[in-house]
Design a protein around this ligand. Structure first.
Ligand code: G3H
Ligand code: 13P
Ligand code: ZN
Length: 321
């Protein structure tokens, strides 16, 4: 089956009220695990590639691996550039046949962010591809509740609903990554902090009220950093801090219902892979056949992706809608 356009995946997800999992791919085992899991769960899937992944695996290898995975599967699969940081990289990926790109200029001032996104949108739309932009910063728990309005306050860093409307209208982006307390990695929150789901609702509503319809929002940093994976890593010699924390799956579930159409997961795949590999080495220190540790790693990632698409994103069973 050929690649499916990101636009089509989003339209179906919005209609079916589920989220599409955007899983990061860096090597063959991750790719196989994601695609096989989606296939078995009859879920649509998005494979996303970062600049780091392209540097690690080589863009040609990734392209050919994805071609192989897509040709062996029946489910709809889209390929997306994750955190594109320049127009040139976005253009390269569009020219290579990615079905969508993210241009991440969220660190730039508002007008500059719009200008950079607009340039990518111009090129992408001419070639019938879609673009994700980001407004706000993924600082996680770093804001200081006591300093509303300051540079490290929620208002300074989280996505503002009215600005989101202006940003989408002026930049022309097709989906928007929001900052609502989410952040990348395995140390997202302190204590009992959560995503700012009220803000997410307000962003969705502002876009709707402005005539932008059921506009697709994107949740980055959506790994839940499962305790059992961290414990397994540490049991077998890892030294992850006791302060690891992810987004509770219940929060993702609400985010999905409120309208996050694309949910980005990378860290949880890394944890699953690491836990499996550490276990093999701890239990069989004499092992040196890569298939004997990469195989279990692939199986563990696959189980995790099956769980996400079935129990968290609710896209399982929607591949052929
Ligand atoms: O958001 C970042 C993704 O987890 C990709 O990470 O840049 O290390 O490939 P990376
Ligand atoms: P996590 O670090 O929570 O997996 O987030 C991944 C991500 O947002 C990729 O863009
Ligand atoms: Zn991200």
């Amino acid at each position: 089956m050929p690649l499916t356009h990101t636009k089509e995946l989003f339209a179906k997800a919005l209609k079916g009220k589920y989220a599409v999992g955007a899983f990061n791919v860096n090597n063959m085992e991750l790719l196989q695990a994601i695609v096989e899991a989606c296939e078995e769960e009859k879920a649509p899937g998005m494979l996303q590639i970062s600049r780091g992944a392209r540097n690690y695996a080589n863009p040609v290898y990734l392209k050919k691996l994805i071609e192989a995975a897509v040709s062996l599967s029946n489910i709809p699969i889209a390929v997306h550039l994750d955190h594109g940081d320049t127009f040139e990289l976005c253009k390269e990926c569009i020219d290579e046949g990615f079905t969508s790109v993210m241009i991440d200029a969220s660190h730039e001032p508002f007008d500059k962010n719009i200008e950079i996104c607009h340039k990518v949108v111009d090129y992408a739309h001419k070639h019938n591809f879609v673009v994700e932009g980001e407004l706000g910063q993924l600082v996680g728990a770093k804001f200081d509740e006591g300093e509303e309005g300051g540079s490290h306050s929620k208002e300074g860093l989280y996505t503002n609903p009215q600005q989101a409307v202006e940003f989408v209208q002026r930049s022309g982006v097709d989906s928007l990554a929001v900052a609502i307390g989410n952040s990348h990695g395995a140390y997202k929150f302190k204590g009992t902090q959560h995503l700012d789901l009220e803000r997410l609702k307000a962003i969705k509503k502002a876009l709707m009220d402005a005539g932008l319809g059921d506009y697709p929002l994107v949740l980055h940093g959506a790994s839940s950093v499962p305790r059992d994976l961290v414990e397994e890593i540490n049991k077998y010699g890892g030294k992850m801090g006791s302060d690891t924390a992810g987004v509770p799956e219940a929060d993702i579930e609400v985010a999905r219902r409120v309208g996050c159409t694309k949910v980005n997961i990378d860290t949880d795949l890394r944890l699953a892979m690491t836990a499996a590999i550490r276990k093999v080495f701890a239990e069989n220190p004499k092992e040196f056949d890569p298939r004997k540790y990469l195989g279990p790693a692939r199986a563990k990632v696959k189980d995790l992706v099956r769980h996400k698409v079935r129990n968290v994103l609710y896209c399982a069973g929607h591949a052929f809608d």
